[in-house]
Design a protein around this ligand. Structure first.
Ligand SMILES: O=P(O)(O)OP(=O)(O)OP(=O)(O)OC[C@H]1O[C@@H](n2cnc3c(O)ncnc32)[C@H](O)[C@@H]1O
Ligand SMILES: [Mg+2]
Length: 208
């Protein structure tokens, strides 16, 4: 999926550090940075530029990604790439979904957020354990042009959580066809199969 209009400029022509990764989540910044570097693009994070963290008032992943990317592009004057993502559990009607970060509270306690997911699953009679991650990427240009891409990966939830290589809900998510959770697997493997990698492949096809 992508927004309207022609791509005004290819990001690979940007000078190093002239693309902003509009995220304050270190785990995401690390992953997006690695994906960009695979394409020879050096970016700077919103945190490094001291950009504020906007309130995520959208009701969809795409809307929140757009809002974050547009704010960063406005404030920095640079093309900005934002990611809005989350884990959707089928038996919980798609929760935590766009509220994935908020389930961890102000202290960003993802051990507690994973426990909350598990407790709610235990309380749901006959609940299956299928889930998927979604990643919406929005690329906003200072001239107001914006395009977006949405990726997904399907899997099953395990309990107890396994592995400490990832972030967020990674340790309880076992992607379909894999033996290791996102928390256990080598980052390069996650980069090959994740929701973020799926969205990124679409961005690369459209923009690079
Ligand atoms: O908005 P920014 O600043 O980018 O950072 P954030 O952490 O608030 O990010 P989101 O609003 O997109 O919330 C998504 C949450 O979903 C979780 N999440 C997203 N992608 C994930 C992944 O690849 N592995 C594990 N958890 C993930 C993670 O806990 C995030 O905090
Ligand atoms: Mg957020």
């Amino acid at each position: 999926m992508s927004g309207e209009g022609d791509v005004p400029q290819a990001i690979r022509k940007l000078a190093p550090g002239k693309l902003v990764i509009a995220s304050h989540n270190q785990g995401k910044v690390r992953e997006i940075d690695a994906l960009l570097r695979d394409h020879g693009i050096e970016a700077v994070s919103a945190g490094a530029l001291d950009l504020p963290e906007p309130e995520e008032t959208g009701t969809t992943f795409v809307a929140n990604a757009e809002l974050k990317a547009m704010q960063a592009a406005d404030l920095s004057g640079l093309p900005s790439l934002a990611d809005d993502s989350g884990m959707c559990v089928d038996a919980l009607g798609g929760d935590p979904g766009i509220f994935s970060a908020r389930w961890a509270g102000a202290s960003k306690d993802f051990a507690a957020a994973m426990q909350l997911v598990e407790t709610k699953l235990q309380e749901t009679p006959g609940a299956g354990r299928t889930a998927h991650f979604v990643c919406a990427l929005a690329l906003a240009w200072p001239d107001g042009h914006i395009e977006w891409f949405e990726g997904r990966v399907d899997g099953t939830l395990v309990w107890p959580p396994r592995g400490d290589k990832g972030f967020g809900y990674d340790a309880m998510f076992l992607p379909d066809g894999e033996t290791e959770t996102f928390g256990e697997m080598d980052p390069a493997r996650k980069h090959a199969i994740s929701h973020r990698a799926d969205a990124f492949r679409q961005l690369v096809a459209a923009v690079l």
